[in-house]
Structure formats: structure tokens, C-alpha cells
Design a protein around this ligand. Structure first.
Ligand SMILES: Nc1ncnc2c1ncn2[C@@H]1O[C@H](COP(=O)(O)OP(=O)(O)OP(=O)(O)O)[C@@H](O)[C@H]1O
Ligand SMILES: [Mg+2]
Length: 340
């Protein structure tokens, strides 16, 4: 038996898991290229350090957007290099489980499969991000019991009601943690005529981002370029001022949870009321997001342990389902697609 591998090609982070070992790689999904000849200069963490800091000749690109591949060439090369880093180039023809957002076209699905096949694997089975997230959060998704899981990544949010290994109702949105960074960029520009970069906006979100009214005021200094004078400038922003802006985005997410609950069959809704909603993904760490969702839908909300790793751990756990029957004797559906 060879060794199998799980891959999560996320909008923000690429994660690789090896059967029997666990997560071996976790790096930003970014690639720096030389624009003159398309040569790859750096990928992952090395490339992230250059983000917003490259010369005219180099560009740091994010080849996955809204959970789908937007630049096939870059993703293919990114995976190849990351495989080398994780020292798994030597594994002979592994079988792979990869996750995909819930709302993805056949063409987009094919792009994920082909980019992974290009590195010489035996086959690729796909799993929806919400199923992988639930498994990684420790939920038994194959039982006849309804669970509501929300995976809030960088570029996507997947909400799903799961039972018997399958999705009963779901929503997938191209809104995620990065949408909050974008709101901070827009706000600072509007209010202070200051243009700030994505990396700065994300740091500000980590420090002072909030979607419920903060208990105490916190300040954070952002540096950028003034659009009027063209000169560098530093501005102090507070959690109370960004909270109003970020809350709007968060409410568009909670509205979708409400829709999902309205569409879900009553027996499953009753299970969900009892157990509460489980949040995964890095985006779920934003201050107050769990509280806001709970207030809006009037159901308990729990953030899973180690939320950023739930999807990759769930993909890793699901490796054992490769080759198993599609529906077992209990009526539970295999969460993996047939291998490509
Ligand atoms: N402590 C934190 N507070 C707020 N946001 C956070 C925190 N940690 C991570 N994030 C956000 O989580 C997002 C990344 O989450 P994750 O790694 O789950 O995304 P991904 O799987 O790469 O993306 P996707 O699933 O959308 O394709 C980013 O927007 C990041 O800023
Ligand atoms: Mg993800």
C-alpha cells in the first residue's frame, strides 16, 4: 500500500496532509513571478513576504480566488514546489483527497483535479469543504443526525446541513475573512484618504477587527499613502470605528444561515437547535462573529478547536473512505466523489 495525501487548496492557504503523519505543510497560496518571462521566483511563505513590496518586474499573485483556481499555470507550479518542500516528491503515485467549495462548476472542478493530477498522482477524490470541515471538527457526519457547519475561509463561506454523510441544504458564498480586510481598506481610504495594502489591512483586522460592539476601545496604527498629497502617512484607527463597517459584511453571512435553516427539514432543524452551529475556518476567529451569528439565528454557536485546520484534517481523515462503497448498509453516503 502506498501513502495517501490530502490537499486543501484554499484561497488564503495551501495545506498538505500525509496519511499517518498529519499536516505537513501550511503556507499562503501566493506565487511571485517575474513578469518578463513568467519565471516563478517564490511560492508560499517566501512569496508572501514580498506581497505589496515587489519591484515593477516582479508580481506577487494570488492564483486561487473565491475558492477556485483563477490561474492554472501558477497553481500547477505552486503545488509542484510545495510538494517538493513537504518532501513528498518521493511518494510513488499517491492517491489524493482534495476539497472544493460547495458551489463550483464542472470546469472549475476539473481544474482542481487536473492541477493535482499534473504532479503525478494516481487519482484524485473530491470532498466538499463543508463535509471535510465537519469531519475535521470531530462531528460524525455519517450518522442520522442533523448538524449545521459553517466553514469561513479567506475567500469563501460554506454553510451546510449534513446528515447521513450527505448535504441536505447548503449555501456557498464568495465572501470570507478577506472580505473584512477589503472593508478596512475601503473605509480607511474613504475616511482618511489613505491607501493601505492587503497585508496591513489583515494585520489591522487581527488586532482591532470586530463585528459586535467592543467592550473597550483599542487602537491600531496603519501606514500607507495619502491619495491627496501622495506622501506616506500613518493614521490611528480604533475597533469601534471599524466595527460598524465589518458588521455589515458579517450580517450578509448570517442572513444565509437563516435561509439554510428555513429550508432544512424540521427533524434536522430540531437536531441543530439541540447541538448548536459549529464554525470552522480562519475567518471564524474574527472577534464577535460567533456571538453575532448566535444573536441573529438564536442558536448556540461553537468555534471548533483549531478551526483553520479542520478542513485539511477532515480531508486527511476521509482518506480512509477512498474505494469504499457509495452508500453503506446504514444508508450513509460516502463523502468522497468517485476518484478521477
Ligand atoms: N485570528 C484571526 N482573526 C480574524 N481572522 C483571521 C484570524 N486568523 C485567520 N483569519 C482569517 O482567516 C482567513 C483564512 O482562513 P482559511 O485559512 O480557513 O482560508 P482558506 O481555506 O485558505 O480559504 P477558502 O476556504 O475561502 O478557500 C483569512 O481571511 C484570515 O485573515
Ligand atoms: Mg478553506
Amino acid at each position: 500500500m502506498g501513502v495517501d495525501i490530502a490537499i486543501d487548496l484554499g484561497t488564503s492557504n495551501t495545506r498538505i496532509y500525509i496519511a499517518g503523519k498529519g499536516k505537513l505543510l501550511d503556507e499562503p497560496s501566493v506565487v511571485t513571478i517575474n513578469l518578463d518571462n513568467d519565471d516563478i521566483i517564490a511560492v508560499g511563505s517566501d512569496s508572501y513576504k514580498m506581497m505589496g513590496r515587489t519591484s515593477e518586474r516582479l508580481s506577487t499573485m494570488e492564483p486561487i480566488s473565491g475558492g477556485v483556481i483563477s490561474d492554472f499555470y501558477l497553481v500547477e507550479n505552486m503545488i509542484k514546489i510545495q510538494f517538493g518542500k513537504a518532501r513528498i516528491g518521493k511518494i510513488v503515485k499517491p492517491r489524493v483527497v482534495a476539497c472544493i467549495p460547495g458551489d463550483i462548476t464542472d470546469v472549475e472542478k476539473r481544474a482542481v483535479v487536473n492541477s493535482i493530477l499534473s504532479i503525478g498522482v494516481r487519482n484524485v477524490s473530491l470532498i466538499e469543504a463543508s463535509k471535510a470541515a465537519a469531519i475535521g471538527a470531530g462531528l460524525d457526519i455519517r450518522s442520522a443526525h442533523g448538524r449545521l457547519i459553517m466553514d469561513i475561509g479567506g475567500g469563501t463561506t460554506d454553510i451546510a446541513v449534513l446528515s447521513l454523510g450527505d448535504i441536505s441544504v447548503s449555501r456557498s458564498m464568495k465572501i470570507g475573512g478577506n472580505s473584512f480586510d477589503e472593508e478596512i481598506i475601503k473605509y480607511v481610504r474613504r475616511k482618511y484618504n489613505l491607501v493601505i495594502g492587503k497585508v496591513t489591512a489583515q494585520k489591522a483586522k487581527f488586532e482591532i477587527g470586530a463585528v459586535v460592539k467592543p467592550d473597550e476601545e483599542k487602537k491600531y496604527t496603519v501606514k500607507g499613502r495619502n491619495t491627496v498629497t501622495g506622501l506616506p502617512q500613518a493614521v490611528e484607527i480604533t475597533n469601534t470605528e471599524v466595527y460598524e463597517e465589518l458588521r455589515e459584511v458579517a450580517l450578509t453571512i448570517t442572513a444565509q444561515v437563516q435561509d439554510v435553516l428555513e429550508e432544512a427539514p424540521p427533524e434536522l432543524v430540531s437536531d441543530i437547535y439541540k447541538d448548536g452551529i459549529v464554525l470552522t475556518g480562519g475567518g471564524s476567529l474574527l472577534y464577535g462573529l460567533d456571538k453575532l451569528i448566535s444573536e441573529q439565528v438564536k442558536i448556540d454557536v461553537h468555534i471548533a478547536d483549531n478551526p483553520s485546520d479542520c478542513v485539511i484534517n477532515g480531508c486527511g481523515f476521509a482518506l480512509k473512505y477512498i474505494g469504499q462503497e457509495e452508500i453503506d448498509e446504514n444508508g450513509s453516503v460516502n463523502p468522497l466523489s468517485m476518484p478521477y
